[in-house]
Write a protein that binds this ligand. Sequence first.
Ligand SMILES: Nc1nc2c(c(=O)[nH]1)N[C@H]1C(S)=C(S)[C@@H](COP(=O)(O)O)O[C@H]1N2
Ligand SMILES: [Mo]
Length: 201
Amino acid sequence: MFRSKAEQKVRDAGYDPARLPPGQYLTEKWPVLHAGEVPHTDLATWTFRVFGEVEQPLELTWDAFNELPRSSNVHDIHCVTRWSRFDTSFEGVHWRELAALVRPKPSARFVVAHAEHGFTTNVPLGSIEAENALLATHADGEPLTPDHGFPLRLVVPGKYFWKSAKWLRALELTSTDQPGFWERYGYHNDADPWREQRYGF
Ligand SMILES: Nc1nc2c(c(=O)[nH]1)N[C@H]1C(S)=C(S)[C@@H](COP(=O)(O)O)O[C@H]1N2
Ligand SMILES: [Mo]
């Protein structure tokens, strides 16, 4: 049976090739990808906000954020530029801990993730409610490096990795879907790697 080079590489690395979405290749490094500069973050003045369609908007300092209960999970990450990295472990805070504080209104159906320098990305609320979503402070057992989103990044399961905003500063709950930074440049709104939803609607 014909096997693509990409699939063979996954097999050689000891993984099930069924884990590789179409058009992707496995990398064992962790590439760094983003638009613009890596922000400099001062934890003393950093805040994280939840606002929009919620009963009780919230703003937390870094210390307060770190008092929330913690969770961890493991992800295969898939960049739209075609690299995939398996078994990346993340640790941080699950959305449910924030939802208990802000109480989303019934009208809340979508989320706009707001990051440093005005980067945004949009997902359905269900994507961050998912059991294996996370607001991550750590990856592979260490605090996030500046390149990978220090001090906080979103990790959205089941979507190309551009939906996982680095340098996350706020989550805005919305009643209608608002395209984010890459989505306005023509990236696919839904971004499912298994359906190769890279560009266009
Ligand atoms: N704030 C911000 N987050 C971002 C991006 C960005 O440009 N700005 N790029 C996205 C893209 S396209 C990818 S593939 C991942 C890359 O994450 P990594 O650099 O940790 O691999 O971050 C995503 N999150
Ligand atoms: Mo990406």
